[in-house]
Design a protein around this ligand. Structure first.
Ligand code: AMP
Ligand code: GLY
Length: 419
């Protein structure tokens, strides 16, 4: 199989690595990829939003399967266009991807099919949104832009003034463009968060091992929300009993609901859950693999990844085994100083070998560039230093030992991943 992966972050590096393990992979391309991915796949400079460019390249290179990893091209219909051109693709079509790209759609779906989630209201008028917040008078108020917003479209406002500023940012200043034409205002929930990625072919759902993200920039869950500063798998809060509840009240009902709505979801569906005192509830759906969840989930996959992807695309997942290693996995993200706000690029990274790796851990590259045999920072999240271990403490110890070997100016990482 000749496979093309769309994307260029740590998640895509983990995907490329797993595909490379399969004896069925004979050609591996990544668009656009990054400095580290370049050691594992042929990187091609096509932006992830260039749908005609991807279709053309896939035809030229006789690609057998395109793996569309990021949210933007999924929402824009890259899978639809590839399929029209007769090219097989892993990922949902645009109609199914709306489960992530429109919170108004996903909240409506959950309401209609009685899938547990926070109570909410939708507003298209900023004044009405603020009237509602004033009347509710409960804080934090949770304010979410309807559309995609690079993980920054959720604002937890601690008082009315903060809520007013949030509504202004999203709906009037249009900080996230048309994504802020409508907002969802929802009930504040509490409890540990769990990420569960699941393979689904639209009929059958096979959840992967659980994980836990660390979204805040600083130790002790302080600082701004980021794309994710580190992950562990399994998530210690996600017991077999809770998994069973989630399967029956969330996973199966969601797959059924999407089918019933004429939007069967094929690909990886990401359930962002909160284990509230009233039971597990959905915080969000993503129409794709999570980043950096993928970095700790895929290393634990025992079954041939290509076999599973094909079973999803061909809608025969029911008969496809999916097996996992018992070991735990941890990923510590090293980011550029200042992330998620302003940061410098082009800073040299030292401590990596010629392949961008170190002994004792796997380094998934996120924002790196390779020039003249040297690695440089090229984004906010730079590296995901990842290790398997017999248990979480061992995996974390190995990942942090790896972090200690790598240096770049103003590197920033959390010291309490998995704590
Ligand atoms: P999202 O991008 O939807 O995952 O939201 C980002 C983060 O905001 C989540 O990981 C939660 O920590 C928090 N969050 C979102 N919705 C709620 C809610 N209803 N109650 C409490 N926290 C929330
Ligand atoms: N790590 C959260 C996400 O991928 O959306």
């Amino acid at each position: 199989m000749r496979i093309l992966v769309i994307g260029g972050g740590g998640r895509e590096h983990a995907i490329v690595r797993k595909l490379k393990e399969s004896p069925r992979t004979t050609g591996l391309y990544c668009a656009p990829g990054n400095g580290g991915i370049a050691k594992d796949a042929e990187c091609v400079p096509i932006p992830v939003t260039d749908i005609p460019g991807v279709v053309r390249f896939a035809k030229d290179k006789r690609i057998d399967l395109v793996f569309v990893a990021p949210d933007d091209p999924l929402a824009a219909g890259m899978v639809d266009e590839l399929e029209k051109a007769g090219i097989r693709a892993f990922g949902p079509n645009a109609k199914a991807a709306e489960i992530e790209s429109s919170k108004v759609f996903s909240k409506g779906l959950m309401k209609k099919y009685h899938i547990p989630t926070a109570d909410y209201e939708v507003f298209g008028d900023p004044r009405k949104a603020l009237d509602y917040i004033r009347k509710q008078d409960t804080y934090p108020a949770v304010i979410k832009a309807d559309g995609l917003a690079l993980g920054k479209g959720v604002i937890l406002a601690g008082n009315f003034d903060e809520a007013k500023a949030a509504v202004k940012t999203i709906m009037e200043d249009k900080a996230f463009g048309a994504s802020g034409n409508r907002v969802v205002i929802e009930q504040f929930l509490t409890g540990p968060e769990v990420s569960v990625l699941a393979f689904t072919d639209g009929k059958c759902v096979k959840p992967m091992v659980s994980s836990k993200d660390h979204k805040r920039a600083l130790d002790g869950d302080k600082g701004l929300n980021t794309g994710g500063m580190g992950t562990i798998s399994p998530n210690p809060y996600y017991t077999p009993e809770i998994a069973e509840i989630c399967r029956n009240t969330i996973f199966l009902p969601t797959i059924r609901a999407m089918r019933q709505e004429g939007r069967p979801f094929k690909g990886c569906l990401y359930f962002g859950l909160m284990l509230t005192p009233d039971g597990p509830k959905v915080i969000e759906y993503n129409s794709r693999f999570g980043d950096p969840e993928t970095q700790v989930v895929l290393p634990r996959l025992k079954t041939d990844f290509v076999d599973i992807l094909e079973a999803v695309v061909d809608e025969r997942l029911e008969r496809q085994p999916v097996e996992w290693r018992g070991e735990a996995c941890a990923c510590v993200v090293m980011a550029s100083g200042g992330y998620p706000k302003r940061y410098k690029k082009g800073v040299e990274i030292t401590g990596l070998d010629a392949d961008g790796q170190i002994p004792g851990a796997t380094v998934f590259h996120a924002g790196t560039a390779l020039r003249g045999g040297r690695y440089y920072t090229n984004g906010g999240r730079v590296l995901g230093v990842t290790a398997l271990g017999k248990d979480l403490p061992e995996a974390l110890k190995k990942a942090y030992a790896g972090v200690d070997k790598i240096h770049f100016e103003d590197a920033q990482y959390r010291h309490d991943i998995g704590k």
